[in-house]
Design a protein around this ligand. Sequence first.
Ligand code: FE2
Ligand code: FE2
Length: 218
Amino acid sequence: MNYSEITKNKEVLQYYEVGTRILRKLGYTDHSPIHTKLVAERAATILKAFGYDEHTQELAKIAGFMHDIGNAINRKHHAEYGAIIANEILRDTDISMEDRIQIVSAIANHDESTGVAADPITAAIILADKTDVRRNRVVERKKSNFDIHDRVNYAVTSGELYCSDKDDVITLNILIDEEICTMYDYFEIFLTRMMMCSRAAEVLDAKFVLYVNGQKVL
Ligand SMILES: [Fe+2]
Ligand SMILES: [Fe+2]
């Protein structure tokens, strides 16, 4: 089983279809395969930048694609539920026991509620996931129905992640439209996630730096 195969796996895609339906009802931003593919590829890019081998990048891609699968069971504890589902799916494949447990552990630990980065793959998933802030993650169409999460995501007009192994820095550079959301709103939603990124970067022996509208804020 490789990354390309997992992105076409019928069972995985069905979990995302159901999860997307639930999150739409709850008014969440996009957690569909559009988001999880971005996380998979961004996690691999981070690991590549810091010299991790192709096998490690591949495991991060599989974990990245599967990381939000648990939303089909329940949003609360979706990381833990997702890990259990992924374990069941991957058990029937040619992935080794060691690799399967690594993938499952990264999925289980990606959420800021209880998760922790204790290895490079989990760290890369956390960094890739928490830095996916963008206008088109907002699913709600009517601006009058926007909640604070919608407003903060909608306000982000540009978000770029740069990794530099020369100075061991991972930089998130975002531009927000302060007419839509204030810096205060942004931090209310994202401070815990940005702190989680900081700790994840340490696992990669790097420093996480955040620029908002050209100002270094972390
Ligand atoms: Fe998640
Ligand atoms: Fe996610």
